[in-house]
Design a protein around this ligand. Structure first.
Ligand code: FAD
Ligand code: EPU
Length: 338
Protein backbone atom coordinates (compact mmCIF):
# COMPACT_ATOMS: atom_id res chain seq x y z
CA UNK A 1 0.00 0.00 0.00
CA UNK A 2 1.71 3.10 -1.26
CA UNK A 3 0.84 6.68 -0.32
CA UNK A 4 1.69 9.13 -3.09
CA UNK A 5 2.08 12.85 -2.42
CA UNK A 6 0.99 15.83 -4.54
CA UNK A 7 -0.79 13.52 -6.93
CA UNK A 8 -2.70 14.72 -10.01
CA UNK A 9 -6.37 13.66 -10.03
CA UNK A 10 -6.86 14.61 -13.67
CA UNK A 11 -6.87 11.01 -14.99
CA UNK A 12 -9.23 10.03 -12.15
CA UNK A 13 -12.21 12.28 -12.91
CA UNK A 14 -14.24 12.09 -16.12
CA UNK A 15 -14.45 15.90 -16.30
CA UNK A 16 -10.66 15.78 -16.80
CA UNK A 17 -10.17 18.62 -14.30
CA UNK A 18 -6.71 19.24 -12.90
CA UNK A 19 -6.69 19.05 -9.09
CA UNK A 20 -3.92 17.90 -6.78
CA UNK A 21 -4.40 15.52 -3.87
CA UNK A 22 -1.99 16.13 -1.03
CA UNK A 23 -1.98 12.33 -0.50
CA UNK A 24 -3.36 9.59 -2.75
CA UNK A 25 -3.65 5.85 -2.20
CA UNK A 26 -5.65 2.92 -3.50
CA UNK A 27 -7.15 0.18 -1.34
CA UNK A 28 -8.13 -3.32 -2.38
CA UNK A 29 -8.98 -4.77 1.05
CA UNK A 30 -11.03 -3.48 3.98
CA UNK A 31 -7.94 -3.77 6.18
CA UNK A 32 -6.02 -1.44 3.87
CA UNK A 33 -8.92 1.01 3.91
CA UNK A 34 -8.97 0.97 7.73
CA UNK A 35 -5.22 1.63 7.88
CA UNK A 36 -5.53 4.53 5.46
CA UNK A 37 -8.45 6.05 7.35
CA UNK A 38 -6.47 5.84 10.60
CA UNK A 39 -3.46 7.41 8.92
CA UNK A 40 -5.64 10.16 7.45
CA UNK A 41 -7.26 10.92 10.82
CA UNK A 42 -3.81 11.48 12.36
CA UNK A 43 -2.34 13.81 9.79
CA UNK A 44 -5.35 15.69 8.44
CA UNK A 45 -9.12 15.85 8.82
CA UNK A 46 -9.84 15.52 5.12
CA UNK A 47 -10.39 12.32 3.23
CA UNK A 48 -12.31 11.65 0.09
CA UNK A 49 -13.25 8.25 -1.32
CA UNK A 50 -13.13 8.07 -5.07
CA UNK A 51 -14.77 5.54 -7.36
CA UNK A 52 -14.72 6.06 -11.13
CA UNK A 53 -14.72 9.87 -10.74
CA UNK A 54 -17.73 10.21 -13.05
CA UNK A 55 -19.98 12.27 -10.80
CA UNK A 56 -17.56 14.70 -9.24
CA UNK A 57 -16.31 18.22 -10.00
CA UNK A 58 -13.07 19.31 -8.37
CA UNK A 59 -13.06 23.08 -7.83
CA UNK A 60 -9.96 22.99 -5.65
CA UNK A 61 -7.07 20.81 -4.63
CA UNK A 62 -7.72 18.19 -1.95
CA UNK A 63 -5.73 19.12 1.11
CA UNK A 64 -5.85 15.61 2.53
CA UNK A 65 -6.20 11.99 1.44
CA UNK A 66 -7.92 10.75 -1.71
CA UNK A 67 -8.60 7.04 -1.34
CA UNK A 68 -9.38 5.20 -4.54
CA UNK A 69 -11.63 2.19 -4.16
CA UNK A 70 -10.31 -1.00 -5.78
CA UNK A 71 -12.27 -3.58 -3.79
CA UNK A 72 -13.11 -6.39 -6.22
CA UNK A 73 -15.21 -9.53 -6.48
CA UNK A 74 -18.66 -10.59 -7.70
CA UNK A 75 -20.42 -13.53 -6.04
CA UNK A 76 -23.74 -15.31 -6.31
CA UNK A 77 -24.58 -15.45 -2.60
CA UNK A 78 -28.08 -16.96 -2.63
CA UNK A 79 -30.99 -17.94 -4.83
CA UNK A 80 -34.65 -18.78 -4.44
CA UNK A 81 -37.34 -19.92 -6.85
CA UNK A 82 -37.49 -16.58 -8.66
CA UNK A 83 -34.30 -14.70 -7.86
CA UNK A 84 -30.53 -14.68 -7.86
CA UNK A 85 -28.86 -12.68 -5.08
CA UNK A 86 -25.58 -11.21 -6.28
CA UNK A 87 -23.07 -9.37 -4.12
CA UNK A 88 -20.53 -7.11 -5.85
CA UNK A 89 -17.60 -5.29 -4.29
CA UNK A 90 -17.68 -1.50 -4.41
CA UNK A 91 -14.63 -1.11 -6.66
CA UNK A 92 -16.07 -3.20 -9.51
CA UNK A 93 -16.83 -1.19 -12.65
CA UNK A 94 -20.61 -0.77 -12.95
CA UNK A 95 -20.96 -1.55 -16.66
CA UNK A 96 -18.70 -4.62 -16.41
CA UNK A 97 -20.91 -5.82 -13.55
CA UNK A 98 -24.04 -5.27 -15.68
CA UNK A 99 -22.46 -7.26 -18.54
CA UNK A 100 -21.49 -10.05 -16.11
CA UNK A 101 -25.12 -10.30 -14.94
CA UNK A 102 -26.46 -10.29 -18.49
CA UNK A 103 -24.00 -13.04 -19.47
CA UNK A 104 -25.24 -15.17 -16.56
CA UNK A 105 -28.92 -14.39 -17.31
CA UNK A 106 -29.40 -12.49 -14.06
CA UNK A 107 -32.10 -10.05 -15.19
CA UNK A 108 -32.90 -6.55 -13.98
CA UNK A 109 -29.86 -4.37 -14.70
CA UNK A 110 -30.02 -4.31 -18.51
CA UNK A 111 -31.65 -0.85 -18.68
CA UNK A 112 -28.74 0.50 -16.59
CA UNK A 113 -26.10 -0.51 -19.15
CA UNK A 114 -23.17 1.81 -19.90
CA UNK A 115 -23.52 4.09 -16.85
CA UNK A 116 -19.96 5.03 -15.90
CA UNK A 117 -18.57 4.59 -12.39
CA UNK A 118 -18.35 1.88 -9.79
CA UNK A 119 -20.79 -0.54 -8.17
CA UNK A 120 -20.13 1.00 -4.74
CA UNK A 121 -21.19 4.44 -5.89
CA UNK A 122 -24.43 3.26 -7.50
CA UNK A 123 -26.45 3.60 -4.26
CA UNK A 124 -25.05 7.08 -3.50
CA UNK A 125 -27.48 8.72 -5.89
CA UNK A 126 -29.63 5.67 -6.66
CA UNK A 127 -28.43 5.66 -10.27
CA UNK A 128 -31.15 5.49 -12.86
CA UNK A 129 -31.80 5.39 -16.56
CA UNK A 130 -34.42 4.24 -19.03
CA UNK A 131 -37.15 3.58 -16.48
CA UNK A 132 -35.08 1.66 -13.89
CA UNK A 133 -33.29 2.78 -10.72
CA UNK A 134 -31.02 0.61 -8.60
CA UNK A 135 -33.54 0.77 -5.77
CA UNK A 136 -35.68 -1.58 -7.94
CA UNK A 137 -33.10 -4.38 -7.54
CA UNK A 138 -31.29 -3.34 -4.37
CA UNK A 139 -31.29 -5.60 -1.27
CA UNK A 140 -28.61 -4.18 1.08
CA UNK A 141 -25.11 -2.81 1.32
CA UNK A 142 -22.23 -2.95 3.74
CA UNK A 143 -20.44 0.28 4.62
CA UNK A 144 -17.54 1.15 6.89
CA UNK A 145 -18.00 4.09 9.25
CA UNK A 146 -15.02 6.36 8.56
CA UNK A 147 -14.40 7.28 12.21
CA UNK A 148 -15.60 4.25 14.20
CA UNK A 149 -14.13 1.88 11.58
CA UNK A 150 -17.08 -0.48 12.07
CA UNK A 151 -19.10 -2.10 9.34
CA UNK A 152 -22.83 -1.38 9.21
CA UNK A 153 -25.40 -3.10 7.01
CA UNK A 154 -27.93 -0.78 5.36
CA UNK A 155 -31.23 -2.25 4.17
CA UNK A 156 -33.14 -0.70 1.28
CA UNK A 157 -35.41 1.25 3.66
CA UNK A 158 -32.43 2.57 5.59
CA UNK A 159 -30.86 3.95 2.40
CA UNK A 160 -33.98 6.11 1.82
CA UNK A 161 -33.59 6.16 -1.91
CA UNK A 162 -35.20 8.92 -3.93
CA UNK A 163 -34.65 10.39 -7.38
CA UNK A 164 -30.82 10.71 -7.51
CA UNK A 165 -30.82 10.65 -3.68
CA UNK A 166 -29.94 8.48 -0.68
CA UNK A 167 -28.87 8.97 2.94
CA UNK A 168 -25.26 8.87 1.73
CA UNK A 169 -25.81 12.19 -0.08
CA UNK A 170 -27.70 13.77 2.81
CA UNK A 171 -27.58 12.94 6.53
CA UNK A 172 -24.68 10.46 6.24
CA UNK A 173 -22.74 12.49 3.67
CA UNK A 174 -18.99 11.69 3.87
CA UNK A 175 -19.49 9.44 6.91
CA UNK A 176 -19.37 5.96 5.35
CA UNK A 177 -17.39 4.09 2.73
CA UNK A 178 -19.63 1.69 0.85
CA UNK A 179 -17.85 -1.69 0.62
CA UNK A 180 -20.24 -3.90 -1.33
CA UNK A 181 -23.80 -4.04 -2.61
CA UNK A 182 -26.21 -7.00 -2.86
CA UNK A 183 -28.78 -7.05 -5.67
CA UNK A 184 -31.86 -9.24 -6.21
CA UNK A 185 -32.05 -10.19 -9.88
CA UNK A 186 -34.77 -12.07 -11.70
CA UNK A 187 -34.59 -15.62 -13.07
CA UNK A 188 -37.43 -14.79 -15.46
CA UNK A 189 -36.83 -11.35 -16.95
CA UNK A 190 -39.43 -8.60 -16.70
CA UNK A 191 -38.72 -6.57 -19.82
CA UNK A 192 -38.95 -2.81 -19.50
CA UNK A 193 -39.07 -1.25 -22.96
CA UNK A 194 -41.63 1.48 -22.39
CA UNK A 195 -39.16 4.29 -21.66
CA UNK A 196 -37.90 6.74 -24.25
CA UNK A 197 -36.65 5.33 -27.51
CA UNK A 198 -35.93 1.73 -26.39
CA UNK A 199 -38.71 0.10 -28.44
CA UNK A 200 -37.86 2.23 -31.47
CA UNK A 201 -34.19 1.18 -31.19
CA UNK A 202 -35.15 -2.51 -30.81
CA UNK A 203 -37.25 -2.22 -33.98
CA UNK A 204 -34.34 -0.57 -35.76
CA UNK A 205 -32.08 -3.43 -34.62
CA UNK A 206 -34.60 -5.90 -36.10
CA UNK A 207 -35.12 -7.70 -32.76
CA UNK A 208 -37.90 -10.29 -32.94
CA UNK A 209 -37.21 -12.26 -29.73
CA UNK A 210 -36.80 -9.85 -26.88
CA UNK A 211 -33.98 -10.60 -24.43
CA UNK A 212 -32.01 -8.77 -21.76
CA UNK A 213 -29.03 -8.85 -24.14
CA UNK A 214 -31.07 -7.00 -26.79
CA UNK A 215 -32.36 -4.39 -24.31
CA UNK A 216 -28.83 -3.79 -23.05
CA UNK A 217 -27.58 -3.29 -26.61
CA UNK A 218 -30.48 -0.93 -27.42
CA UNK A 219 -29.68 1.16 -24.32
CA UNK A 220 -25.97 1.19 -25.25
CA UNK A 221 -26.84 2.38 -28.77
CA UNK A 222 -29.12 5.17 -27.53
CA UNK A 223 -26.72 6.35 -24.85
CA UNK A 224 -23.75 6.35 -27.26
CA UNK A 225 -25.70 8.50 -29.71
CA UNK A 226 -26.89 11.01 -27.08
CA UNK A 227 -24.23 11.44 -24.45
CA UNK A 228 -20.64 12.60 -24.95
CA UNK A 229 -17.96 9.98 -24.25
CA UNK A 230 -15.79 11.31 -21.39
CA UNK A 231 -12.74 9.83 -23.14
CA UNK A 232 -13.33 12.39 -25.90
CA UNK A 233 -14.96 15.33 -24.07
CA UNK A 234 -14.74 15.74 -20.30
CA UNK A 235 -18.14 15.55 -18.57
CA UNK A 236 -19.98 13.98 -15.63
CA UNK A 237 -23.31 13.15 -17.29
CA UNK A 238 -26.32 15.26 -16.29
CA UNK A 239 -25.01 18.19 -14.29
CA UNK A 240 -28.42 19.04 -12.81
CA UNK A 241 -31.42 16.97 -11.74
CA UNK A 242 -34.70 17.27 -13.58
CA UNK A 243 -36.81 19.51 -11.30
CA UNK A 244 -40.08 18.30 -9.79
CA UNK A 245 -42.71 21.01 -9.29
CA UNK A 246 -46.24 21.01 -7.96
CA UNK A 247 -49.05 20.79 -10.44
CA UNK A 248 -50.56 24.22 -9.77
CA UNK A 249 -47.26 25.97 -10.34
CA UNK A 250 -46.76 23.86 -13.45
CA UNK A 251 -50.18 24.89 -14.82
CA UNK A 252 -49.32 28.56 -14.38
CA UNK A 253 -46.03 27.97 -16.25
CA UNK A 254 -47.81 26.03 -18.96
CA UNK A 255 -50.02 29.05 -19.71
CA UNK A 256 -46.87 31.02 -20.42
CA UNK A 257 -44.91 28.19 -22.12
CA UNK A 258 -47.44 25.88 -23.79
CA UNK A 259 -44.71 23.71 -25.38
CA UNK A 260 -43.04 22.87 -22.07
CA UNK A 261 -42.51 19.07 -21.90
CA UNK A 262 -43.34 17.28 -18.63
CA UNK A 263 -43.82 13.88 -17.00
CA UNK A 264 -46.41 13.29 -14.29
CA UNK A 265 -44.76 11.79 -11.18
CA UNK A 266 -47.82 11.64 -8.89
CA UNK A 267 -51.24 13.30 -8.65
CA UNK A 268 -49.81 16.58 -7.44
CA UNK A 269 -46.35 16.76 -9.07
CA UNK A 270 -44.71 16.85 -12.48
CA UNK A 271 -41.10 16.57 -13.56
CA UNK A 272 -39.79 19.01 -16.18
CA UNK A 273 -36.72 18.14 -18.28
CA UNK A 274 -33.92 20.46 -17.16
CA UNK A 275 -32.41 20.07 -20.65
CA UNK A 276 -35.43 21.90 -22.10
CA UNK A 277 -35.29 24.69 -19.51
CA UNK A 278 -31.57 25.21 -20.15
CA UNK A 279 -32.03 25.15 -23.92
CA UNK A 280 -34.85 27.74 -23.69
CA UNK A 281 -32.44 30.04 -21.87
CA UNK A 282 -30.14 29.87 -24.90
CA UNK A 283 -27.34 27.80 -23.38
CA UNK A 284 -27.27 24.80 -25.72
CA UNK A 285 -23.85 24.65 -27.41
CA UNK A 286 -22.54 27.62 -25.38
CA UNK A 287 -18.77 27.73 -24.91
CA UNK A 288 -16.46 30.09 -23.08
CA UNK A 289 -12.83 29.05 -23.11
CA UNK A 290 -12.90 25.30 -22.57
CA UNK A 291 -16.04 25.22 -20.42
CA UNK A 292 -19.25 24.57 -22.27
CA UNK A 293 -22.78 23.22 -22.55
CA UNK A 294 -22.95 20.16 -24.78
CA UNK A 295 -24.19 20.76 -28.31
CA UNK A 296 -26.66 17.85 -28.28
CA UNK A 297 -27.60 17.56 -24.61
CA UNK A 298 -27.72 20.86 -22.69
CA UNK A 299 -28.00 19.08 -19.34
CA UNK A 300 -24.38 17.97 -19.76
CA UNK A 301 -21.67 20.53 -19.00
CA UNK A 302 -18.38 19.80 -20.72
CA UNK A 303 -14.67 20.44 -20.48
CA UNK A 304 -13.22 20.76 -23.97
CA UNK A 305 -9.67 20.43 -22.63
CA UNK A 306 -8.25 22.74 -20.02
CA UNK A 307 -11.26 24.21 -18.21
CA UNK A 308 -10.84 24.59 -14.47
CA UNK A 309 -13.36 23.27 -11.98
CA UNK A 310 -14.20 26.87 -11.10
CA UNK A 311 -14.98 27.72 -14.72
CA UNK A 312 -17.40 24.77 -14.96
CA UNK A 313 -18.91 25.67 -11.59
CA UNK A 314 -19.35 29.36 -12.54
CA UNK A 315 -21.03 28.30 -15.76
CA UNK A 316 -23.42 26.15 -13.72
CA UNK A 317 -24.15 29.17 -11.49
CA UNK A 318 -25.01 31.30 -14.52
CA UNK A 319 -27.27 28.57 -15.87
CA UNK A 320 -29.00 28.28 -12.50
CA UNK A 321 -29.58 32.05 -12.40
CA UNK A 322 -31.04 32.28 -15.88
CA UNK A 323 -33.40 29.30 -15.35
CA UNK A 324 -34.45 30.88 -12.05
CA UNK A 325 -35.14 34.24 -13.74
CA UNK A 326 -37.03 32.86 -16.73
CA UNK A 327 -39.02 30.07 -15.09
CA UNK A 328 -38.83 30.70 -11.33
CA UNK A 329 -37.42 27.17 -10.95
CA UNK A 330 -34.27 26.48 -8.92
CA UNK A 331 -32.24 23.71 -10.50
CA UNK A 332 -30.37 21.37 -8.17
CA UNK A 333 -26.94 20.05 -9.05
CA UNK A 334 -26.60 16.29 -9.43
CA UNK A 335 -22.79 16.30 -9.61
CA UNK A 336 -20.86 16.26 -6.31
CA UNK A 337 -18.85 19.47 -5.92
CA UNK A 338 -15.52 19.28 -4.09
P1 FAD B 1 -17.39 9.13 -8.12
O1 FAD B 1 -17.49 10.28 -9.04
O2 FAD B 1 -16.08 8.49 -7.92
O3 FAD B 1 -17.96 9.57 -6.70
C1 FAD B 1 -19.19 10.25 -6.58
C2 FAD B 1 -19.41 10.60 -5.10
O4 FAD B 1 -19.52 9.43 -4.32
C3 FAD B 1 -18.24 11.38 -4.49
O5 FAD B 1 -18.78 12.29 -3.57
C4 FAD B 1 -17.41 10.30 -3.79
O6 FAD B 1 -16.67 10.82 -2.70
C5 FAD B 1 -18.50 9.34 -3.32
N1 FAD B 1 -18.07 7.93 -3.27
C6 FAD B 1 -17.47 7.24 -4.28
N2 FAD B 1 -17.31 5.94 -3.92
C7 FAD B 1 -17.81 5.83 -2.68
C8 FAD B 1 -17.94 4.73 -1.76
N3 FAD B 1 -17.51 3.50 -2.04
N4 FAD B 1 -18.50 4.98 -0.54
C9 FAD B 1 -18.95 6.21 -0.22
N5 FAD B 1 -18.86 7.28 -1.04
C10 FAD B 1 -18.30 7.09 -2.26
N6 FAD B 1 -25.84 8.64 -13.43
C11 FAD B 1 -27.10 8.13 -13.44
O7 FAD B 1 -27.72 7.96 -12.38
N7 FAD B 1 -27.71 7.79 -14.61
C12 FAD B 1 -27.12 7.95 -15.80
O8 FAD B 1 -27.71 7.62 -16.83
C13 FAD B 1 -25.79 8.48 -15.83
N8 FAD B 1 -25.17 8.68 -17.01
C14 FAD B 1 -23.91 9.20 -17.03
C15 FAD B 1 -23.27 9.38 -18.27
C16 FAD B 1 -21.99 9.90 -18.33
C17 FAD B 1 -21.33 10.08 -19.67
C18 FAD B 1 -21.30 10.23 -17.13
C19 FAD B 1 -19.90 10.74 -17.17
C20 FAD B 1 -21.93 10.07 -15.89
C21 FAD B 1 -23.25 9.56 -15.83
N9 FAD B 1 -23.93 9.38 -14.62
C22 FAD B 1 -25.19 8.84 -14.60
C23 FAD B 1 -23.30 9.78 -13.34
C24 FAD B 1 -22.35 8.71 -12.76
O9 FAD B 1 -22.01 7.76 -13.71
C25 FAD B 1 -22.98 7.98 -11.55
O10 FAD B 1 -23.36 8.90 -10.57
C26 FAD B 1 -22.01 6.96 -10.94
O11 FAD B 1 -22.69 6.18 -9.99
C27 FAD B 1 -20.82 7.64 -10.26
O12 FAD B 1 -19.92 6.61 -9.88
P2 FAD B 1 -18.38 6.88 -9.64
O13 FAD B 1 -17.82 5.64 -9.05
O14 FAD B 1 -17.74 7.39 -10.86
O15 FAD B 1 -18.49 8.04 -8.54
N1 EPU C 1 -34.35 17.95 -24.27
C1 EPU C 1 -34.29 19.22 -24.84
N2 EPU C 1 -33.21 19.51 -25.60
C2 EPU C 1 -32.19 18.63 -25.82
C3 EPU C 1 -32.24 17.35 -25.22
C4 EPU C 1 -33.34 17.04 -24.45
O1 EPU C 1 -35.20 20.03 -24.68
O2 EPU C 1 -31.25 19.00 -26.53
C5 EPU C 1 -35.54 17.60 -23.47
C6 EPU C 1 -36.57 16.86 -24.32
O3 EPU C 1 -37.84 17.28 -23.92
C7 EPU C 1 -36.33 15.41 -23.93
C8 EPU C 1 -35.99 15.57 -22.46
O4 EPU C 1 -35.20 16.76 -22.40
O5 EPU C 1 -37.47 14.62 -24.12
C9 EPU C 1 -35.29 14.40 -21.81
O6 EPU C 1 -34.03 14.18 -22.43
P1 EPU C 1 -33.27 12.78 -22.29
O7 EPU C 1 -34.18 11.68 -22.68
O8 EPU C 1 -31.96 12.92 -22.99
O9 EPU C 1 -33.06 12.58 -20.73
P2 EPU C 1 -32.66 13.57 -19.56
O10 EPU C 1 -33.87 13.91 -18.77
O11 EPU C 1 -31.87 14.72 -20.08
C10 EPU C 1 -32.29 11.68 -17.80
C11 EPU C 1 -31.25 11.39 -16.77
C12 EPU C 1 -30.07 10.69 -17.42
C13 EPU C 1 -30.55 9.36 -17.99
C14 EPU C 1 -31.65 9.66 -19.04
C15 EPU C 1 -32.29 8.38 -19.55
C16 EPU C 1 -31.43 13.04 -15.01
C17 EPU C 1 -30.86 14.26 -14.39
N3 EPU C 1 -30.83 12.62 -16.12
O12 EPU C 1 -31.71 12.62 -18.71
O13 EPU C 1 -29.11 10.41 -16.39
O14 EPU C 1 -29.50 8.65 -18.59
O15 EPU C 1 -32.70 10.47 -18.44
O16 EPU C 1 -33.06 7.79 -18.54
O17 EPU C 1 -32.40 12.50 -14.51
C18 EPU C 1 -27.22 11.30 -15.25
O18 EPU C 1 -27.91 11.22 -14.22
O19 EPU C 1 -26.03 11.68 -15.24
C19 EPU C 1 -27.83 10.92 -16.52
C20 EPU C 1 -27.19 11.00 -17.69
Amino acid sequence: MQILNNFSLRPFNTFGIEAIARHFATFSTVEELKELLSEASHSTKNNLVLGGGSNILFTKNVDGFVLKNELSGINLVDEDENHFYVKAAAGENWHKFVLFCIQHNYAGLENLSLIPGNVGTSPMQNIGAYGVEIKDVFVSLEALHKKELEIKIFTKDECRFGYRESVFKSEFKDQFVILNVTFRLNKVPVFNTSYGAIQQELDKMGIKDLSIQAISQAVINIRSSKLPDPKQIGNAGSFFKNPTVDIQFFQSLQNQFPDMPYYTTDVSHVKIPAAWLIQQCGWKGYRKGDAGVHVNQPLVLVNYGNASGDEIFNLSENILKSVQEKFNITLEREVNIV
